[in-house]
Write a protein that binds this ligand. Structure first.
Ligand code: UDX
Ligand code: ADP
Length: 463
């Protein structure tokens, strides 16, 4: 089939833009992909000869980048030139929750999206398809459309021949499995009104995705589907986390519950792992956004319903910190506590909204001295996460054993594979007595830990 799109620009070289364009470049050899960002350091990292220094860690990513970079995949800060040359532009910039002003704490801050739209309006030439990739509140496409329309028609300095088609194409990848999710997506959602533009985007995906998996909707359904998918996923986690507390007091085991209910096809097996609460850049932000939209339209009962998903999440994190304090004789002041894992989930170096950070903050607040180890999160990153005044209260180590040395307790906060099979006999020898291990991810070999002499607490079990 004849492809019209020859040159794609992606604005935003983050966790979504980078991996998405890498996978597209792998399957669409005849298209040039220019990934641009205003952050020079990030672009330099994407261009680093040493593929272990890419700014995003995802299994399988460096293998793709090594083959397509500087072939048909390019990373640069050259926003203007890349927009000019593009037939299709993906907007993949950050949309965090607003910190101040109207809707603060709930609505998404669209300033980065708006800036992109203005740049696109300014530099684009001829007909350009603009694709929303970032997760955005419903009706954002309308904002982008209005900016493009206004800038291209009202401002006389612009060439009136510019035309735009706006599409919504939300990304459903999960971090840690991004490459597999992109290569084998459950579905591709394309929202829009312009059939030709939708066909062009569909043609790109047809290079590796079956047609049956491509869903076409209007713009608003597409935008809202992304928010609702994340809200439903987060709701499952809050549901199972609420059950974990009930299991601990009744003698049931949350793993048994997940297994038993997951066999029901209507419920399904996935996404039923109880843990320290959900983190990541999307769930909290998207639910806050949903709550905000519902309130805006006067749907207060609906907004309260979704807000509870967030409340359970915060409650679960606080509950874990309190249990740690309680088990360590009611005080952790000046006690050394080993933290295993700071990333919000395994196989990523991302710590955005990580429950581990919240739990660390609580433990520091209680006076603990934290000894932190994570296989992919760097010390320099942790410095930005735990406030300056707290730095005397934590230190970073490059192995489990170093971090465990001389500590009263170990808290497993991320389900890294390395933590599943630890040598508890070795660890016990170098810890203080009594030595505790708190497993918030249900991954350690509890029997081995117990028989090595450790006291154990496992989330969702009445140990
Ligand atoms: C999520 C959505 O899954 C993805 O479709 C969307 O595009 C972006 O947001 P992500 O945040 O990268 O992806 O990771 P995800 O695997 O969904 O995990 C989110 C959080 O939930 C993590 O903190 C994870 O540890 C937690 N989680 C997940 C659980 O606690 N239990 C589970 O069973 C699954
Ligand atoms: P996500 O997880 O959605 O990919 P990130 O924060 O990882 O979010 O990445 C978004 C990227 O978008 C950042 O690297 C940021 O510098 C970039 N960005 C934001 N605004 C612009 C802009 N106007 N032009 C180019 N890049 C931008």
């Amino acid at each position: 089939m004849e492809l019209k799109i020859k040159n794609v620009c992606c604005i935003g070289a983050g966790f979504v833009g980078g991996p998405t364009m890498a996978v597209m470049s792998k399957f669409c050899k005849e298209i040039i992909f220019n990934v641009v960002d205003i952050n020079q350091k990030r672009i330099d990292a994407w261009n680093n000869e040493d593929l272990d220094k890419l700014p995003v860690y995802e299994p399988g990513l460096k293998e793709i980048v090594s083959k397509t970079r500087n072939e048909n995949l390019f990373f640069s800060t050259n926003v203007k030139e890349s927009i000019k040359n593009a037939d299709m532009i993906f907007i993949s910039v950050n949309t965090p929750t607003k910190k101040s002003g109207l809707g603060a704490g709930k609505a998404s801050d669209l300033k980065w999206v708006e800036n992109c739209a203005r740049e696109v309006a300014l530099y684009a030439i001829g007909h350009t398809i603009v694709v929303e990739k970032s997760t955005l509140p419903v009706k954002t496409a309308e904002t982008i459309k209005r900016i493009l329309h206004y800038e291209t028609t009202a401002n006389k300095n612009f060439d009136n021949k510019k035309t735009f088609a706006i599409l919504s194409n939300p990304e459903f990848l999960s971090e840690g499995t991004a490459i597999n999710d992109l290569e084998n997506p459950d579905r591709i959602l394309i929202g829009g009104e312009d059939e030709d533009a939708m066909n062009e985007l569909e043609k790109i995906y047809l290079n590796w995705v079956k047609k049956e998996k491509i869903i076409r909707t209007n713009l608003w359904s597409s935008e809202l589907s992304k928010l609702i998918a994340n809200a439903f996923l987060a709701q499952r986690i809050s549901s199972i986390n609420s059950v974990s507390a009930l299991c601990e007091v009744t003698g049931a085991d949350v793993n048994d519950i997940s297994l038993a209910i997951g066999f029901d096809k209507r419920i399904g097996k996935l996404f039923l792992n109880s843990g320290p609460g959900f983190g990541g850049s999307c769930f909290k932000k998207d639910i806050l956004n949903l709550v905000y939209i519902c309130d805006h339209y006067g749907l207060h009962t609906v907004s309260r319903y979704w807000n509870e998903v967030l409340r359970i999440n915060v409650w679960q994190q606080k509950r874990i910190s309190s249990i740690i304090v309680e088990k360590l004789f009611g005080t952790i002041s000046d006690k050394k506590i080993t933290i295993l894992g700071l990333a919000f989930k395994a196989n990523t170096n991302d710590t955005r909204e990580s429950p581990a950070i919240k739990i660390c903050e609580d433990l520091i607040e209680e006076g603990a001295i934290l000894k932190i180890y994570d296989p992919k999160v760097k010390e320099s990153q942790i410095k930005k996460l735990l406030p300056e005044k707290n730095q005397v209260n934590w230190s970073y180590y490059s192995s489990v054993l170093e971090a465990a040395y001389d500590s009263h307790a170990i808290v497993v906060l991320t389900e890294w594979g390395d933590f599943k099979d630890l040598n508890w006999t070795e660890i016990k020898k170098i810890m203080k007595n009594p030595s505790w291990v708190f497993d918030t991810r249900n991954i350690i070999d509890v029997q081995k830990a117990k028989s090595s002499g450790l006291q154990t607490w496992v989330l969702g079990q009445s140990t």
